[in-house]
Design a binder for this molecule. Structure first.
Ligand code: MIC
Ligand code: SF4
Length: 643
């Protein structure tokens, strides 16, 4: 039987375990990336491992998230990351150089290689045929030190693309269609692999939009073949030497196949407050809008910017609308500044932002109260924009730009004929904002620059044999890491300071949670299905760890968050019978007797609810390696024990 492309790359990188669906395999990691909001912690963890120089083929540290500097904290973190990078052999992409995923695609990604990144949208590089996976910072630190990265060998879902997109229908509409079909939990335990004749109609930036937002499916990653289109993109980046042709075997067997005829798609939007709440524009109707934000790692490529500039050319942004545009990288911004596209945007009244995540992570541009904001981003979770009652719709750049002109959610097909938008033969290449690491023999003299806000990793302890504590919080389905550990301009500067950031843990759901959990000393959190969906931020595990959370019991977990809980030494348990979820109330006292023995014995853990006097069964679906980590108190302790 032939292999899918994902299987080929995975199998060539397996260093432990067998390629059997559902079982754990260890992968050799060729490249890593970090960004600043998760990077400080990842590099503190890397330092704690005592490894002098990274052992990967390429590791890059990006500064792109915390670029609003309204206090010393973010600037201190940038300096810290820059100095660690210099000392330990890591390339450093300075603030202003662009969003990690956009820049990595342009300048560093290589078809057929493996990449893990401390950011959930790392799969963007799947657009050029990489296995690119989002992970917690600690996993990235381990990979930088030459350690393997462990995943559950996934099912492969094939998305067969036929036909060609109609004018003004975009790659964003393709991934919105996949989200509509599969939902935000439909990708868990799976890799989404695109194939079929429709693939060759999509450029690399379009493919990258699709693989980027595959993160919203909960998928391990998404991947496109590496073909002639990939080759010309790499050639235009003067990196053709890195290109190889890669595709699935003719007789590859997928676990499931979804067929999408690109020519049947129409412009769509993901409505508040979930990326899978997808409707066509005609279903939603012509709603009046307050704000439009164009950018983010999903839609900030040169191609996107050229389309936006064409639509805005000679027009004025509607008087009731605020339009902001953040080109994804210095390369993109530089090119649109030279070819006149930027002038068209500025002329129309667009507010041009730096090449960074910006509004996507609540770093500015929060909408007005109850405001309706169209964004080309990938997430519209409640409150993520910084305005609690903001109504965020996720759309293509085409829909965003046209709507910004007319003042309501509008279909860009009304514009009429669409010119051909093509990528240049050669991109503007200038890597002067990437600082190279010091040479091996000079590394000793590099001083690490630490600011006062940078606090050490929280204290951990080996797993106790008896856990008796109260349920400090009960939440529902689809809780995101933005609920658990909110971001935004006010909280993000605390990413290097777990005691301080913990005071914001779960405050979106319950403002009293941090104080209550701290007062309890130890506690258990109860959640519904797909708990922890969204980002890779390990702070959503480290803050609960700091607040004394010993276990989280849910109906199901999102992949990265579950791994982060284990890495932090917190038990991720699921109800064997989901009805038991309804039988627990906040404040109930829960007891796990002989925890270590029960875990050693298998995957079923008996929990007693002292308030009802009833026992219920939970499952601990982790590998033996993860059990050893839980016993040790987390991954850092496990690594120390085993070195
Ligand atoms: C996000 O889009 O939520 C982030 C901010 O990029 C996160 C990482 C973080 O929280 O620092 C992600 O997607 O992993
Ligand atoms: Fe940055 Fe937004 Fe992309 Fe996260 S999703 S990496 S915050 S642009």
């Amino acid at each position: 039987m032939g292999k899918t492309l994902a299987q080929k790359i995975l199998d060539a990188h397996i260093v432990e375990g067998a390629p059997v669906k559902g079982s754990e395999v260890a992968l050799k990691i060729d490249q890593t990336l970090t960004q600043d909001a998760t990077g400080t912690m990842a590099y503190l963890e890397f330092e704690a491992m005592g490894i002098p120089r990274v052992k990967t083929e390429r590791s890059v540290a990006y500064i792109d998230h915390n670029t609003l500097q309204s206090g010393f904290e973010n600037a201190d973190d940038h300096r810290f990351i820059g100095s660690v990078a210099k000392k330990h052999g890591i390339y450093f992409s300075r603030p202003g150089n662009g969003i990690c995923h956009q820049v990595h695609l342009e300048r560093f990604g290589i078809p057929g290689k493996t990449l893990i990144g401390s950011d959930s949208h790392t799969p963007t590089c799947g657009g050029i045929g990489m296995i690119a996976i989002g992970a917690g910072g600690l996993d990235v630190a381990v990979a930088m030190g030459g350690g393997a990265y462990y995943i559950t060998y996934p099912e492969i879902v094939g998305v067969k693309l036929t036909g060609k997109l109609s004018p003004w229908v975009a790659a964003k509409d393709v991934i919105l269609e996949v989200l509509r079909i599969l939902s935000v939990k439909g990708g868990v335990g799976r890799i989404i692999e695109y194939f079929g004749e429709g693939v060759s109609t999509l450029s690399v930036p379009e493919r990258a939009t699709i693989t980027n937002m595959g993160a919203e499916l909960g998928a391990t990653t998404s991947i496109f073949p590496s073909d002639e289109i990939t080759r010309s993109f790499m050639k235009a980046q003067k990196r053709d030497a890195d290109w190889t042709a890669l595709s699935a075997d003719e007789d590859a067997e997928y676990d499931k196949i979804i067929e999408i005829d690109l020519s049947t798609l129409v412009p769509m939007a993901a409505c508040p407050h979930s990326p899978d709440n997808v409707k066509t524009l005609s279903e939603i109707g012509k709603i009046k809008i307050d704000q439009v934000c164009i950018g983010s790692c999903t839609n900030s490529s040169l191609l996107d910017m050229l389309k936006v500039a064409y639509i805005l050319d000679g027009k004025t942004v509607h008087p009731d609308v605020s339009l902001s545009i953040a080109p994804g990288s210095k390369q993109v911004l530089n090119m649109i500044s030279k070819n006149g596209a930027l002038a068209k945007m500025i002329d129309s009244g667009a507010r041009i932002l730096g090449s960074a995540c910006g509004p996507c992570i609540g770093m500015g541009q929060s909408p007005n109260s109850g405001g309706i904001s169209l964004r080309t981003f990938n997430r519209n979770f409640e409150g993520r924009s910084g305005t609690k009652d903001g109504q965020i719709y996720l759309v293509s750049p085409e829909v965003a730009a046209y709507s910004a002109i007319v003042g309501y959610l509008a279909d860009p097909r009304e514009i009429g004929e669409m010119p051909a938008f093509t990528l240049p033969e050669v991109f503007d290449i200038n890597d002067n904002m990437v600082t190279l690491p010091a040479c091996e023999s000079c590394a000793d003299s590099v001083e690490i620059l630490r600011g006062p806000n940078i606090k050490p990793y929280p204290e951990t302890s080996p797993l106790a044999d008896r856990i008796e504590c109260s349920c400090s919080l009960k939440v529902g389905d689809n809780i995101t890491t933005d609920h658990i550990m909110p971001a935004g301009a006010k909280i993000l500067p605390l990413r290097s300071n777990i005691p301080a950031i913990s005071k914001h843990c779960f405050t979106v759901c319950d403002p009293d949670f941090p104080a209550r959990a701290e007062a309890m000393g130890q506690s258990i959190v109860v959640g519904g299905a797909n708990y922890g969906q969204g980002s890779s931020r390990e702070h959503a595990a480290l803050a609960p760890l700091y607040l004394g959370v010993k276990a989280v019991i849910t109906k199901s977990f999102a992949r990265i968050h579950k791994a982060n809980l284990v890495n932090a030494g917190i038990l991720p348990l699921t109800f064997k019978d989901e009805k038991d979820y309804d039988r627990i109330y906040q404040g109930d006292v829960l007891v796990i007797e002989n925890a270590r023995e029960q875990i050693k014995a298998g995957s079923e853990i008996t929990v007693l609810n002292k308030n009802t006097g009833k026992q219920f069964i939970c499952e601990l679906d982790v590998s033996d390696r993860q059990k050893a980590m839980l016993f040790a108190g987390g991954l850092l302790d496990y690594v120390k024990e085993n070195n």
